[in-house]
Design a protein around this ligand. Structure first.
Ligand SMILES: [Zn+2]
Length: 186
């Protein structure tokens, strides 16, 4: 018997919309270069269906409101695509932000392609909110070597370019000594 377990993740498009290249790509400068864009934006008009990029467990569904001077995520959903992995093993999450409405509760087992919300411009700075072009889906991939907790303060770091995951197969190998801690608790 093998002492490793392999998981294959195949991330699909979170919305049927074009990717934004003009400042909406991963790593684009923000705040005059003091930080960089942590996700990929999609040019999704208000009300577009937002889908789970891959199957997983919804670990956050809530509101992170912005202000007049600073954009935040707004209505946000986060999915853990590696819920069976242990605390000290690799976890891959996807994050969907600025939603107009969320259709997923925490703990929900989302299937790939399932509707988890509709796109909007919540959490955007008031200035941008007035502009119709501020409607878009902000999509992040968080690829972490440990489990993260999505509570009042969100974890930072571990963001990767979503374009390196979309449409591709991501393979993760776990050693069975740690893997399955949770699996066998049911
Ligand atoms: Zn964005």
């Amino acid at each position: 018997m093998s002492n490793t377990k392999t998981i294959k993740l195949h991330f699909g498009m979170p919305v049927n919309a074009e990717v934004s290249t003009n400042g909406g790509q991963f790593g684009a400068p923000r705040d005059k270069g003091r930080r960089s864009h942590q996700g990929q934006d999609f040019k999704a008009p208000l009300g577009s269906t937002v889908m789970a990029s891959e199957s997983g467990i919804v670990v956050y569904s809530g509101t992170r409101e912005g202000s007049i001077t600073r954009t935040n995520y707004g209505e946000t959903v986060v999915i853990d695509h590696t819920p069976e992995a242990g605390k000290n093993e690799r976890h891959i999450y996807t994050l969907y932000a600025h939603l107009d409405n969320r259709n997923a509760y925490e703990g929900h087992e989302a299937r790939k392609g399932e509707k988890i919300g509709i796109s909007g411009n919540t959490g955007m700075m008031a200035y941008y909110k007035k502009l119709k072009q501020s409607f878009h889906l902000h999509f992040e991939v968080i690829d972490s070597q440990t489990e993260l907790s999505w509570g009042y303060s969100f974890p930072t770091g571990n963001r990767q370019d979503p374009m390196d995951y979309l449409g591709l197969v991501t393979i993760i190998e776990y050693s069975l000594s740690e893997f399955g801690e949770k699996m066998f608790m049911v």
